[in-house]
Design a protein around this ligand. Structure first.
Ligand SMILES: Cc1cc2nc3c(=O)[nH]c(=O)nc-3n(C[C@H](O)[C@H](O)[C@H](O)COP(=O)(O)O)c2cc1C
Length: 194
C-alpha cells in the first residue's frame, strides 16, 4: 500500500465507512491517466446528489492532462497550487448557477447543492482508487472569463483528480504536508443535542 494512504487514513471514534476514512486531498499524483469514461462516471455520481427543488444547479468544466484546456486551468491557479496540481490527471472547475432556471429567482441553496454534488464526486472517485483535491486558490475572475460565465454563476472550487503518486516526488512545503496525519475537531465542538 502507498505509505501516504495509511498516514492519511482518518482515525475515527465511531465506525465510519472506509470510503470516507480513506479519502484525503493529496498533492502527489501519478502519471496514470483518467479516461473520458472515468470522468463521466464521476460526473454522473455528482448528478445524483440531492438539490433544492431538484434544480441540479451545478456545472462541471474539465480538462484532461495533455490538453490545452488543462494548461489554461493550471494557469489560473495561485502559485501555491500550480506546482503540484499540474501533475493531476484532470482538472475541473465546479460551478453553481445561482438562480433558478424556471424563473430567474435567487437560489440560496446553489452553492450548498454544488458542494454536495462535489462530495459525491470525490467519494465516488475514492471508490475507484482515484483521489481528489479541492482547490479554492485560483482566480475566479479568470475562470469565469475562460469559461464564458456571467455573474449568474459562481466558481467556488476547482478539483484536481488523479491516481495517487509517491510523496517523494514532491518538494517542500508540499512533501511535509503529504506526510502529516489528518486532524479534525472533536464532535463536541460542533454537535449539540437539543
Ligand atoms: C473549498 C475548498 C478550497 C480549498 N482550497 C485549497 C487550495 O487552494 N489549496 C490546497 O492545497 N488545498 C485546498 N483545499 C483542501 C483543504 O485544505 C483540505 O480539504 C483540508 O485541509 C482537509 O484535508 P483532507 O481533504 O485531506 O481531509 C480546499 C478545500 C476546499 C473544500
Amino acid at each position: 500500500m502507498n505509505n501516504t494512504i495509511s498516514i492519511k487514513k482518518a482515525q475515527t471514534q465511531f465506525p465510519v465507512a472506509d470510503f470516507i476514512t480513506d479519502r484525503f486531498s493529496p498533492r502527489a499524483f501519478s502519471e496514470k491517466a483518467l479516461t473520458e469514461q472515468d470522468m463521466n462516471t464521476l460526473f454522473e455520481a455528482a448528478s445524483w446528489a440531492p438539490s433544492a427543488n431538484n434544480e441540479q444547479p451545478w456545472l462541471y468544466f474539465y480538462a484532461l492532462k495533455g490538453t490545452p484546456g488543462f494548461d489554461q486551468l493550471t494557469e489560473i491557479m495561485m502559485p501555491g497550487n500550480q506546482p503540484w496540481a499540474k501533475h493531476a490527471a484532470a482538472l475541473v472547475v465546479t460551478v453553481a448557477r445561482k438562480t433558478f432556471a424556471a424563473n430567474g429567482n435567487n437560489n440560496g441553496a446553489a452553492e450548498h447543492d454544488l458542494g454536495m454534488a462535489n462530495a459525491q464526486l470525490m467519494l465516488q472517485a475514492r471508490c475507484m482508487e482515484v483521489f481528489s483535491h479541492p482547490i479554492g486558490g485560483f482566480s475566479k475572475d479568470k475562470a469565469k472569463e475562460l469559461l464564458g460565465l456571467d455573474e449568474t454563476y459562481s466558481t467556488p472550487c476547482m478539483l484536481a483528480l488523479g491516481y495517487l503518486g509517491e510523496a517523494s516526488q514532491l518538494e517542500e512545503p508540499f512533501l511535509a504536508r503529504e506526510g502529516t496525519p489528518r486532524a479534525r475537531k472533536e464532535l463536541s465542538a460542533f454537535v449539540k443535542a437539543i
